[in-house]
Design a protein around this ligand. Structure first.
Ligand code: 13P
Ligand code: SF4
Length: 310
């Protein structure tokens, strides 16, 4: 019933529903497209719909708005934020930048539109390694806001980027103990992890990548069992596309068997329906912020196209 109402409204209003892989199953099921942050930005840029409903978190909806300043961009729950984006306030980054005047700022897409205006380039977990590798080895770079992703890139590419001290409260709490326990009980399982996890966790992984990267890895692997170090929502597509494979989520602690991002899970099917009906809550940004932030976001999409990533 609710699903039918959503589909009717979507058609009537010429709306596009985009969903991140951490959204609840019912939202992923009804969305026109599910993807990682890079894919969602790429599709939003190409959209010719009047309305974009971004079922994800605030920075994802802001990115869609920056790429579509004249369109209505809706987020089912405006409180759907991101602890990583919260860990980097624009005024603090501005002061930090002043200490390193000859450094470029590369920011992970999990940041506010204001932080994007202070950045030379945006990256995602799906393109960070390739984008940063394309800079000369001696390029001076500040990387914000995720210290775990930044450390991973520094180690992988033998770089020395200065890192902002931010992290995601979901990925940062995943512990090696829980993974080792699962590995002991499932010696045939491969470990896959999101680069927002701590370095000690990534060191245990057979594959490290974005949500989309992890999904592709699983789809192409001959292995039958996977220990998954990221948010629980990714299991929906993994199971759907691989009914013959088994997935073990790394729990946040001994008491809980899941690993949910409370922000992502604020969006519900009911809120998606209300949002299409009322065309609220809408993402609004000043012209100045949109114009400035567009430069670093567009640069990311252009480079990703040139490098054959999208
Ligand atoms: P992806 O771009 O890999 O989907 O990651 C987004 C995110 O917020 C992970 O916590
Ligand atoms: Fe932000 Fe972490 Fe949630 Fe991703 S999982 S949206 S980084 S709080």
């Amino acid at each position: 019933m609710l699903k039918e109402e959503i589909l009717n409204l979507k058609q009537k209003k010429n709306a596009l529903i985009l969903a991140h892989y951490y959204q609840e199953d019912a939202i992923q099921e009804i969305a026109d497209y599910c993807g990682d942050s890079l894919a969602l930005a790429n599709i939003a840029q190409k959209s010719d719909h009047s309305i974009i409903v971004l079922c994800g978190v605030h920075f994802m909806a802001e990115t869609a708005k920056i790429l579509n300043p004249t369109k209505k961009v809706l987020l089912p729950d405006l409180q759907a934020g991101c602890s990583l984006a919260d860990s980097c306030k624009a005024e603090d980054l501005k002061k930090f930048k002043e200490k390193y005047p000859d450094h470029k700022v590369i920011s992970y897409i999990n940041c506010t539109a204001e932080v994007k205006t202070l950045s030379d380039l945006i990256c995602t977990s799906g393109n960070a390694l390739q984008l940063i590798q394309s800079f000369p080895k001696d390029e001076k770079i500040i990387f914000a806001p995720d210290k775990n992703l930044g450390s991973y890139i520094n180690a992988k590419l033998n770089r020395n980027m200065i890192l902002w001290d931010g992290s995601c409260h979901v990925h940062n709490r995943l512990k090696t103990e829980e993974i080792l326990k699962l590995k002991q009980q499932n010696s045939d399982a491969l470990v896959i992890a999101h680069p927002e996890c701590q370095g000690v966790v990534l060191a245990l992984a057979d594959y490290v990548g974005s949500t989309n990267g992890m999904l592709k890895f699983v789809n192409n692997s001959t292995a039958k069992k996977f220990i998954v170090a990221t948010e629980t929502g990714i299991l929906f597509k993994m199971k759907k596309e691989n009914p013959d494979k088994e997935f073990l989520i790394v729990p946040m602690d001994e008491k809980c068997s899941c690993n949910d991002c409370d922000y992502m899970k604020l969006n519900t099917l009911e809120k998606l329906y209300q949002c299409l009906l009322t065309e609220k809550p809408e993402i609004t940004l000043s012209e100045e912020v949109m114009q400035k932030a567009l430069k670093s976001v567009e640069k990311m999409l252009e480079m990703s196209k040139q490098l054959g990533i999208i």
